[in-house]
Structure formats: C-alpha cells, structure tokens
Write a protein that binds this ligand. Structure first.
Ligand code: ARG
Length: 302
C-alpha cells in the first residue's frame, strides 16, 4: 500500500510530556485595550479568573506535564499570558520585545526568570516579537505571524538566532492578532488553523505545506478554538469550540474543553497562558485509556 506522508495517524496518538511556564493571574485585569476583545468598561472578576486559570493549571499537571511558575508583577495585568514572554527552542531562549508600552515591562521579568533558573543561552529580541504568541515551533520549522504584533523584521532575526527555517505568515483579521489565536501545532507536521485569519499568500503557503491540516470554521475561530495546546494526544481548547473538538476526535486526538471566559475578556485563551519550554520532564507519557475517558467526561462538563 502506498504510504502517504501526510496521512493523519488516527490509531495511536502519543502524548509527549512537556515543561510549561505559567503565570498566575494575580494582577489580571482589563484596564486598557490593545486588541478588539478588550473593553476596559467590562468588569473582570478576579476570583473567577483565578479559578479558571487554576483549573487549566491542574489539568495540565494531571495530564503529566511539568508546570513551572513565574512570579506575577504588579502593574502588568497581561503577564498571565506567558506564551508571549519568549520563544524557546532546543534550550535557546529569545525573550520577547512587546509592541505596546503596557506590556514592555514583562520582558525583563522573563529574562530574569530564565537567568535565575540557570538557562545560559538567553537573549532579548531586537525587533518587536511577541514570543510564542506569534512564533510556533513545529519540530521542523518555525511558523511566524506578523501583521499586528511581531514585526516582519523579527522573522529574519528568529531565523538567525535559532538557525531554523522560518515561514512568515501575515494575519489580517484584528480579532486574530497573534498567530496562536489562528493556528495550533497539533503534532509534528500537523496543524489546525483558520484560513480567513491569513492573507492570500499565507493561506497558499499553509495549504501547500500542510495539505491535511484541520481547518476551523468561523464559529470555532470566534470561540477562540485555535488558541489550543496539544501534547500530541490531548488537545486543551476553549470548550465552546465544539466543531473543532469533533474534528480532532475524528483524527484520534483527545480534545479537552476548558472555560476561560475571564481571560477571554483580554483576548486570551488556554494557549496564551502557556510557554512551552521545549523540554521533556523525565516522565512517562500518559497513554492509559481510562485516564483519557475520565478527561473527556470532565471536558464535556466544563
Ligand atoms: N491582552 C493581551 C494582549 O493583547 C492578550 C495576549 C494573549 N496572548 C496570546 N498569546 N495570544 O497582548
């Protein structure tokens, strides 16, 4: 039988445990607006935000991931979105340089965290670059967003720093202002995305490189469904993205819905809360069927 290299493997998906960096939403609030989801006139509820964040945190731990924490800084309400703090590939850290003044104080906090933790290959970006929010390491190449936050010049800088191929993708819909609001890496060579969030050139590139990608509907994209985290088997995504969850299940993934409505008031979802440190904790991958079934029940109740 001819082997199709892009054919999705629907029989056995293996979770790869990760080390993830998160930041508690202690000072989270919406007191300015730098994306269309943010309306400072809408009240936020700190205890709800804390509970939703904790649910996500505990779920990731239960799935076998190691979660590290960075101390939140007063006056930096968006610091809970740790994905934006840096890009880490193969032990090398490129700390973000934020577009907006309101978030620029986060860069030194992340840089200090990495240095204090003993990471030696750490530098801060020269060009505006919002870390893993706009830069997705697929295992083969770095998919890089631009259009709203990360500067196009940053893409060349990222290629030089990491010595990996970088594929530039231009975002065109302000609601999907970071790459991680429009595209998720599911497993090596497998992605899901919302084509309408990209310009024509970006759509063409993605269609050529990932012909078997899962494509999101407008409804799932609006539910922030592309702001998902995949460990190769479990896909943690906003619970409202029911169409995507069904598509993922068909492909052998285990979708797990989470409710993060408070953070969505800032234009953030589960993926935004995580920075993948691209390091495996020394643990066994979770493969037990019972655990997965448990999780599906929790996911559908959430
Ligand atoms: N309010 C934040 C901002 O506009 C949300 C960031 C969400 N993070 C992400 N990786 N998409 O910068």
């Amino acid at each position: 039988m001819p082997h199709h290299p892009h054919a999705p493997d629907t029989t056995s998906r293996t979770a790869r445990p990760r080390t993830l960096l998160m930041c508690r939403p202690t000072y989270f609030d919406v007191c300015y607006s730098i994306n269309p989801w943010m309306d400072p006139g809408v009240p936020t509820f700190p205890s709800t935000a804390a509970a939703q964040w904790k649910h996500l945190h505990d779920l990731l731990v239960e799935l076998g991931h190691e979660v590290r924490l960075i101390q939140p800084v007063p006056g930096l309400p968006d610091m809970v979105f740790a994905a934006n703090g840096a890009l880490v590939v193969d032990g090398r850290v490129l700390v973000a340089r934020f577009r907006h003044a309101q978030r620029q104080g986060e860069s030194p906090a992340y840089e200090e965290w990495f240095r204090r933790e003993g990471w030696s290959d750490v530098r801060t970006a020269r060009h505006v670059n919002e870390g893993a929010g706009d830069l997705a390491w697929t295992g083969d190449e770095i998919l890089a967003g631009t259009g709203f936050r990360t500067a196009p010049e940053a893409h060349a800088e990222v290629a030089a720093v990491f010595g990996r191929p970088v594929v530039s993708l231009t975002l065109v819909d302000p609601r999907f202002y970071h790459l991680d609001t429009a595209l998720t890496v599911l497993a090596r060579g497998e992605i899901m995305y919302y084509p309408q969030a990209f310009d024509d050139a970006g759509r063409r590139l993605l269609a050529q490189r990932y012909p078997d990608a899962v494509l999101a509907s407008a409804a799932d994209a609006d539910a922030f469904g592309l702001n998902a985290f995949s460990d190769g088997r479990h896909v943690v995504l906003p619970h409202g993205a029911t169409g995507l969850a069904a598509q993922l299940r068909e492909r052998g993934y285990v979708p797990i819905g989470v409710e993060l409505g408070e953070l969505l008031k800032a234009g953030g979802g589960p993926r935004c809360c995580l920075l993948d440190l691209d390091r495996d904790p020394a643990r066994e991958p979770l493969r037990s069927r019972e655990r997965d079934l448990d999780r599906e029940t929790v996911g559908s109740e959430a």
